[in-house]
Design a binder for this molecule. Structure first.
Ligand code: NAD
Length: 468
């Protein structure tokens, strides 16, 4: 039996079938959680459908008040949530505390948007109004890199706009979501929110359910494509935030000492396990050696280890499959380039990989062309700006990109040519609940965050009145 319960159809429930959750810092089982079955998915969706019919009639201000109570509950239970995030995800405790603070802030910010009736036309004889109405039951599938934050930033906009939601955390990081279920069970109306745990077996059941109106998914591009297929039969609305392979271009006028900390921080944040982390670094030959040295020094001095331990700055990779995947990318990078920091995983339990920097790489190496999603940064030297812009754009992905320069005007000319949803200048991986994120190409579909992101949980209903 487990100490944790799933929130299904308004009840906190256990199950005889359980799942062990592994601490990635030492590979020890630190929690055992109940595992749902197909029947649970059916029960959760059916209850959500009933609850949503009442919830959509609740006035927006009251719905917002309830979502803000969820934010209050997150704040009240912040330390338990943060410690759990470190144990299940691996990130260092201070960063886990930040994740909890972000979750609270996103919860409130995303719930603050209002969608009043818009009068599109008003004449003596005719009035046309646009109402934003909820979609119905949302299915949310959450990955393992920010297990609480991503759960909350799907939950808050779904509820405030009048939808119900069935949430499925990643099988390797379900515990913080179950705690969230426990602390909100008495806040939300019965059945409106369900949180089910699976072992990578129930995603397709949930996303192909006829009564799911919208899927909000964050994860890999192949899974995103499988979900699109599942959505087709009943025309489900989709918000897909998939992988990225963000390029950063350093121009010849950038000052290596000034920009190195920003580049380092945005490449290795969360041990590189962030969709919009900086993942390919293209550096002009004029500043190449100096910048490589600066970044290598920062990486070598970083303390990687168990996120619960004082002084540790970067945690392990979250799960074994990802750890092995990252190591194989590093092996290919080592064969084709020059390792200037890290490169060898310690021979000890846990998915620890020292921050790894590999220079002298080229396009065509899978460490450059694909998304490793871990603590490794490939660096590529360039001489021609047009060629490097073509390299940056030569990707199926289009989440983010950045340009680093001491001349904002020059940088802006480059940003205009990058084919990504977000482009930063002299920073990377900077985001917030008020800033919409709209991936380009195969990095996803739709918008998250900002009013535009919340709007995606609604549909337009036009009332066209003949005044007679
Ligand atoms: P994944 O995309 O394979 O799985 C994510 C979730 O989707 C899991 O909960 C899984 O059970 C569910 N799922 C799988 N198949 C499904 C289907 N057909 N229908 C519905 N749900 C389904 O991700 P992963 O295996 O955890 O990680 C693989 C890669 O994904 C990583 O290497 C990384 O590149 C990427 N990733 C991206 C993000 C991000 O923030 N964009 C986060 C985590 C992982």
């Amino acid at each position: 039996m487990s100490n944790y319960k799933m929130l299904i159809a308004g009840k906190l429930v256990e199950r005889n079938t359980t799942l062990d959750v592994i601490n990635p810092a030492n590979e020890e089982v630190f929690a055992t959680v109940p595992r749902a079955n197909k029947e649970d998915v059916m029960t959760a969706v059916a209850a959500a459908k009933i609850a949503q019919k009442l919830w959509k009639k609740v006035v927006e201000s009251e719905r917002r008040a309830i979502v803000n109570k969820i934010a209050d509950a997150i704040a009240e239970n912040s330390e338990e949530l943060a410690k759990t995030i470190t144990l299940e995800q691996g990130k260092v405790l201070d960063f886990a505390r930040m994740e909890v603070q972000f979750a609270e802030a996103y919860c409130r910010s995303l719930a603050s948007h209002e969608f009043p009736v818009k009068v599109l036309k008003e004449t003596e004889t005719n009035r046309v109004e646009e109402h934003r109405i909820p979609l119905g039951v949302v299915a949310a599938i959450v990955p393992w890199n920010f297990p609480l934050l991503m759960t909350v930033y799907k939950l808050s906009p779904a509820l405030v706009t009048g939808n119900a939601i069935v949430l499925k955390p990643a099988p390797t990081t379900p515990v913080s979501a179950l705690i969230l279920g426990r602390i909100i069970a008495d806040i939300v109306p019965k059945g409106l929110v369900s949180i089910i745990v699976d072992n990578n077996d129930l995603g397709p059941v949930l996303t192909s359910h006829a009564d799911i109106a919208k899927i909000s998914f964050t994860g890999s591009t192949p899974t995103g494509k499988a979900i699109m297929k599942n959505a087709a039969d009943t025309m489900k609305r989709l918000t897909l935030e998939l992988g990225g392979n963000d390029a950063a271009i350093v121009l010849d006028d950038a000052d290596p000492k000034t920009i190195a900390p920003g580049i380092f921080g945005s490449a290795f944040i969360n041990s590189g396990q962030v969709c919009i982390a900086l993942k390919r670094l293209y550096v002009h030959e004029a500043v190449y050696d100096e910048l490589c040295d600066e970044i290598a020094t920062l990486a070598k001095n970083a303390v990687v280890g168990n996120g619960m331990e004082e002084g540790v700055q970067f945690g392990p990779v979250q799960n074994k499959a990802q750890y092995e995947k990252v190591l194989s990318y590093i092996a290919e990078g080592k064969a084709q380039g020059t390792v200037i920091a890290g490169g060898e995983a310690p021979n000890q339990p846990g998915y620890i990989i020292p921050l790894t920097v590999i220079k002298d790489l080229h396009d065509g190496c899978s460490l450059v062309d694909e998304e490793p999603f871990g603590p490794v940064l490939p660096i590529i030297k360039y001489t021609d700006l047009d060629e490097v812009i073509a390299s940056a754009n030569n990707s199926k992905m289009g989440l983010g990109g950045s340009v680093w320069s001491s001349n904002l005007e020059r940088a802006s000319k480059v940003t205009a040519q990058l084919e990504t949803g977000t482009v930063w200048i002299n920073q990377h991986c900077v985001f917030g609940p008020e800033i919409p994120m709209a991936p380009a190409k195969e990095s996803g579909i739709g918008v998250e965050f900002g009013k535009e992101g919340v709007k995606e949980f609604t549909t337009s209903k036009i009332i066209n009145i003949n005044k007679m």
